[in-house]
Design a protein around this ligand. Structure first.
Ligand SMILES: Cc1cc2nc3c(=O)[nH]c(=O)nc-3n(C[C@H](O)[C@H](O)[C@H](O)COP(=O)(O)OP(=O)(O)OC[C@H]3O[C@@H](n4cnc5c(N)ncnc54)[C@H](O)[C@@H]3O)c2cc1C
Length: 507
């Protein structure tokens, strides 16, 4: 009998396993799929094309350096000097450096947003002060709301935790283009109205701006799979027993029943259970279906390998335009309009989206020959393409969305993107589209929600009986995945905190 059974071999399940095994516990991990890593993996997607793509998640900000150090992982991330570029319909564009500089100032002026230059610096200056204070609580027991409030400047607390993000942005910035660039951090993987009083966009925004106390999004050297490879190696060294191809079918306080690929049932009777899977899946396995409601997944991810980067109409080099986040059609009004259209059941006529290139920062994911021949990868992440739009005719709607998005993108390019795509060994263009429905079917993400459900603020109410944010109503069952409080994204925080909750009980 194992002391701990971990259900789910995504990065959070692996992090929890490593911490618990490092503390001397006997740990057994089961994973439903044949592969470990969940949404944090790298793969050669196109036949005969040597590019290991971060197929799902792609950038890292929230993974605390402390976890990398505690577990002795040889995992590195790469910073980028350019934060974003946003082309405009009149062939200009806004280029923003990671640190405010003269070039950024000139660029704000060039798109008629000079009034927002000062507002931008003030807004992000306030957040930069709050970010380390908030991030420093992530690997600690949950603070109460009042404790966090007392630690922060009242104005910043209100912006982040109390006032709908859309209202704050409308009050502080005058350019719709600038408002939109800021707002995207509240809408990545989150289907929400910017003015929604439930503050869903605020919650997403918060986690996008505070990772490691800086909120910087960095490129994982070797791709996301490099993190999982390190975690798996560490878990094995620590003696964690890992079995893939076993899907948990029920969980009670004393037993987990799993089914192997060959149909055989397996019974586990551990002292502690770590559920590194979505809360809705835990509910289902405990016989409580449909209790939990959350906003559906709403992103479309398009992975591409290119023979060459396209030239841009604005005249900026592709190397700079795609060095950070390339936003297109992400003005605030545009995104509100897309949200309304998707909410009423139609694919937005103009789909807001952004692009990033891994290979401009790290070429180690390419084979020698692709590297030598100047190939690149691009990832397109589209917003407000919600789960329900795909449930009837997934392939048809994906194709429609792809055509629409490439047409939108091409309006900013001199070289149509289709002419830049590499070909696989059967002559097919190297482009794949993943809808929220695909994510549900391939990875088990409920309704394609990339955070396993609605993100929650990183505090507890005074009345809440939570210490680490991993506790459940079953005493020896702990949530470790993205759906635990503070767990969303590639962070390992859910895994760490579930392990701490168990180790606390053993003290
Ligand atoms: C397209 C996409 C892009 C993203 N981009 C980013 C990004 O750039 N940066 C970022 O920080 N985050 C990003 N995210 C979010 C991030 O990837 C996830 O929040 C995170 O990977 C979740 O990790 P996890 O270990 O908690 O769960 P998962 O990665 O979902 O792993 C859960 C594992 O549990 C297994 N499982 C499920 N049910 C069972 C069962 N019954 N029995 C056994 N095993 C089971 C699954 O097969 C899976 O392997 C993205 C996600 C997606 C989908």
């Amino acid at each position: 009998m194992s002391e701990v059974l971990v259900v789910g071999g995504g990065h959070n399940g692996l992090v929890a396993s490593c911490y618990l095994a490092q503390a001397g516990l006997d740990v057994h991990l089961i994973e439903a799929r044949d592969e470990l890593g969940g949404a944090t993996t790298s793969k050669e997607v196109f036949k005969g094309v040597g590019a290991r793509l971060s197929r799902y998640s792609y950038l890292v900000s929230l993974l605390p350096v402390q976890i990398v150090r505690d577990l002795g992982l040889n995992f590195e991330t790469i910073g980028r000097e350019i934060s974003s570029f946003t082309p405009t319909s009149d062939d200009r564009g806004l280029l923003i450096s990671r640190r405010w500089d003269e070039r950024t100032e000139i660029s704000f002026r060039s798109v008629g947003a000079e009034r927002d230059a000062q507002a931008w610096q003030e807004f992000y200056g306030e957040i930069a002060e709050a970010a380390p204070i908030i991030a420093n609580t992530f690997l600690q027991p949950l603070p109460t709301k009042n404790e966090l409030k007392r630690a922060l400047d009242p104005k910043t607390f209100a912006t982040l935790f109390e006032r709908p993000l859309g209202e704050s942005l409308a009050g502080r910035f005058s350019s719709d283009l600038v408002r939109g660039i800021v707002l995207t951090d509240g809408l990545i993987g989150t289907f929400a109205d910017a003015f929604d009083r439930s503050l869903l966009a605020n919650r997403c925004f918060l986690y996008h701006l505070v990772g490691n106390g800086t909120g910087e999004w960095r490129v994982p050297r070797g791709g996301m799979g490099a993190l999982v490879d390190q975690l798996v190696a560490r878990a094995k060294t620590l003696g964690v027993k890992i079995e893939t191809g076993i899907r948990a079918e029920s969980i009670t306080s004393s037993e987990v029943v799993g089914r192997q690929r060959d149909g055989q049932l397996r019974h586990f009777n551990p002292r502690f259970i770590v559920a590194a899977i979505a809360p809705r899946e835990v509910d289902r396995l405990q016989g409580r279906s449909k209790e939990r409601s959350f906003a559906p997944g709403s992103q479309l991810k398009i992975n591409m390998v290119l023979e060459k980067l396209p030239r841009l109409r604005s005249g900026i080099s592709a190397e700079e335009a795609f060095a950070g986040t390339f936003h297109f059609d992400e003005g605030m009004e545009q995104m509100q309009c897309a949200y309304a259209e998707a909410s009423s059941g139609s694919l937005p006529r103009v789909i807001p989206a952004e692009i990033y290139s891994h290979t401009l920062a790290d070429r180690s994911i390419l084979s020698e020959s692709l590297d030598k021949n100047g190939f690149h990868t691009l990832t397109l992440f589209a917003l407000h393409t919600s789960y329900q739009l795909f449930t009837q005719e997934n392939e048809k709607v994906k194709e429609e969305a792809k055509v629409r998005l490439l047409r939108q993108l091409n309006s900013y390019l001199l070289d149509p993107i289709e002419e830049c795509l590499a070909r696989d060994e059967d002559g097919r263009a190297c482009i794949e589209v993943k809808s929220p429905l695909d994510l549900e079917q391939e990875l088990g993400l409920p309704e394609g929600n990339i955070f396993h459900g609605d993100l929650e603020f990183p505090f507890r109410e005074e009345t809440e009986n939570l210490l680490w944010g991993s506790e459940t109503r079953t005493e020896n069952l702990f949530l470790a995945g993205a759906g635990s409080r503070r767990g969303g994204g590639v962070s390992g925080i859910g895994g760490h905190n579930a392990a701490m909750a168990i180790l606390n009980q053993l003290e």
